[in-house]
Ligand binder design. Sequence first.
Ligand code: SAM
Ligand code: SF4
Length: 343
Amino acid sequence: MLSSKDEERKMLFEKAAEVKKAEVGNKVYFRGLVEFSNICAKNCLYCGIRSGNKNTERYFMTGEEVLEAAKFAYENSYASLVIQSGERSDKKFVDVITDLLRQITSETQGQMHITLSMGEQSEETYRQWLEAGAHRYLLRIEASNRELYQKLHPNNKKHDYDARLEALKLLKKVGYQVGTGVMIGLPFQSTENLADDLLFFKAFDIDMVGMGPYIEHEDTPLFKYRDQLISKKERFDLSLKMVAILRIMMKDINIAATTAMQTLDPQGREKALRVGANVIMPNLTPVKYRENYLLYEDKPCLDEEASECMNCLEARIHIAGDKIGYGEWGDSLHFERRKKSNI
Ligand code: SAM
Ligand code: SF4
């Protein structure tokens, strides 16, 4: 299916749209995205904010700025926030996040569902953040194949495949709605690798998936392989197929229409919604920080304030034939069912 063309490709997309409509409905849920800090202790070979990139000015949002973004989300009935950041596990960072979670929860009367995406942490930290108000956690496996993972990361303890896998297991054990994902069209990646990624999501019984095309960044070590990559058009098409196949395989999970898809195609997110995605993450990061959270080249909406971004998205979603689930948490149905069957 990943290699399908013409009529077969069309049938795949139609089937995925049909499954989406029947299983999760035509509702799209907003998660306001806050790119909290680009300070990162890691050095992933693909990422523009890796610690080794000295051409990026580092920032850390203030508590007031995060609360302001949470307030915007709350007042505009987003009901959900994603706080994403470079990975740090020092006590100061862990405590700052704990305080923020408590404040957001209290100021929004517990009405805001919060997703964190802050990389690998200890079980204790994951618990502390859950107790302080986080509900969901996104930790992409990046590439489920061990050898491929190793080619994308420095060869040291900080970038260990087993530790990544262990962190995903911990998140489940602690009680989060757990999301993972991969990059699509990476150097050294085969179609079989991508098929195995989909099987990995299924075997792991994941609740949410956020995946999108790999996009090169000139200040990263992987940039030198750019001539070996499939074209951006092919990466985008492969990403759409990944979304569609996953919707058919895992009917009741949440799947994000990612910003990286919009980067490669101006209508990328709408196209992803049509073939199975049901979550969108409008960017609420203050504009002054956005150019320093460049994970890859040509990242869109760098100068668009949250309210403009919202108007633009509303129009785009209606074009895709979906409705926005304003004021609804839009929790993963799969997570609800998983919890019930565990009782
Ligand atoms: N630091 C946390 C982590 O790595 O899990 C969360 C933030 S990190 C910037 C979020 C995601 O950005 C990563 O999981 C990775 O898949 C994606 N990313 C990084 N560099 C990318 C690139 N060049 N192209 C596409 N996605 C990229
Ligand atoms: Fe840091 Fe995440 Fe980028 Fe890796 S992908 S360098 S952990 S921000």
